[in-house]
Write a protein that binds this ligand. Structure first.
Ligand code: SF4
Ligand code: SF4
Length: 358
């Protein structure tokens, strides 16, 4: 087992209730006594020849700042003579960020991804959160040790504001943005038409922005412009990536914990769960390989849309569907809904169009 990505799901609580979030919230928080055991066990497996990403995930992870602080400090303490290159990261709605937290993240050189939907923010979240998030954005930017990014999510409800929202964030001096389309809701034909128009408007704006500034601030379009041959996507869960959940269970990625916590009788549960941390530590030699075989099947060409394999699709190179996110709609890992596929095709066409314009 060699790991380049280790995630701690520090809490399942969240102080927001975003309409597009698939997570099942509850009060569970990662017990402090599991942190030292987990760090001591996983540390020797962290790769030496590659940057290690240590992620903190929620709910809203800042509700468990003490867990984050202890994990980062324990890892840094262990690494004093280990010479492994580590980068800490977390995604937050930003509402709970204090000066103490910002100083800690600055000192430990965290990557911080702020969930911010721009002008669409108040349609999916509480009123007044747009102004608050703009102030948070400004405070984060005052800390040069923090590597700052934004993640925006759009749904059928908020899609009419997609292009204006991303443009607004860019014009407010925001950092690089990644946007995601919520595949959990029904996109009726009108919403799909709006999506096409909004991607067209975004493409027009980005093409001009690129000519004037020599860069593309929306990350979804960057690989396209760089002409990267991305090959067939494969999920990295289990394969170089491991995650510890608040109930002490070990998974190949934090999303598996969330998906399976309400599906404990699902026949796929034990195909992917590595078991409790203590049990995994005792048996990891056999347990890891036994589950890894299943994780290795999670690649785009083996996924299916309505019984049709993705390897038959001409959009396969560059199509990246997270199998767990897709399973929230279909109820099975490896299956993708038609609406999710339609969203991928629409985005893929917009990326190709951008490449032609650029
Ligand atoms: S594709 Fe999804 S399940 Fe796989 S590693 Fe990425 S986020 Fe996790
Ligand atoms: S566009 Fe649809 S069918 Fe094609 S690879 Fe992506 S998910 Fe599969």
């Amino acid at each position: 087992m060699l790991i380049s990505n280790l995630t701690f799901v520090v809490t399942e609580q969240c102080n927001f209730n975003c309409t597009y979030c698939p997570q099942t919230k509850n009060k569970q928080t990662l017990p402090l006594n599991l942190i030292e055991t987990a760090v001591n066990f996983f540390y020797p497996f962290l790769k030496r020849d590659k940057k290690i990403h240590v992620g903190f995930y929620g709910g809203e992870p800042l509700l468990a700042f003490e867990q984050i602080r202890r994990t980062a400090l324990h890892l840094l303490g262990k690494n004093q003579t280990g010479h492994k290159e580590m980068e800490f990261s977390l995604t937050t709605n930003g509402s709970l960020l204090t000066d103490e937290m910002l100083e800690f993240f600055n000192r430990c050189r965290f990557s911080l991804t702020l969930s911010f939907d721009g002008l669409a923010q108040e349609m999916g979240r509480e009123k007044g959160s747009l102004e608050k998030t703009l102030r948070v954005m400004k405070r984060i930017r005052e800390h040069p040790g923090i590597n700052f990014e934004i993640n925006s999510v759009f749904s059928p409800l908020t899609v009419p504001l997609l292009a204006d929202s991303l443009r607004f964030i860019i014009e407010q001096g925001g950092p690089e943005i990644t946007f995601t389309l919520s595949a959990l809701e029904y996109w009726n034909p009108q919403a799909m038409e709006t999506l096409k128009k909004e991607l067209q408007r975004l493409t027009d704006f980005l093409a001009i922005y690129y000519k004037e500034n020599g860069k593309i601030p929306v990350k979804n379009f960057q690989a396209q412009a760089a002409d990267v041959n991305r090959g067939v996507f494969r999920c990295s869960a289990g394969n170089e990536q491991m995650s510890l959940a608040p109930d002490g269970k070990v998974w190949g990625c934090f999303l598996f914990h969330d998906y399976f916590k309400t599906r404990q009788d699902d026949p796929q549960y034990w195909d992917y769960c590595f078991g409790d941390l203590g049990d995994f530590i005792e048996n990891y030699g056999s347990r890891y390989v036994e589950k890894l075989v299943n994780y290795c099947q999670l690649q785009q060409d083996l996924f299916q849309v309505e019984g049709e394999f993705c390897f038959l699709c001409k959009e396969l190179p560059g199509c990246m569907v997270c199998p767990v996110y897709a399973a929230y709609s279909t109820g099975a890992l490896g299956k993708i809904s038609c609406r999710h596929c339609a969203l991928m095709r629409t985005q893929s066409r917009a990326f190709s169009f951008f490449k032609e314009r650029e």
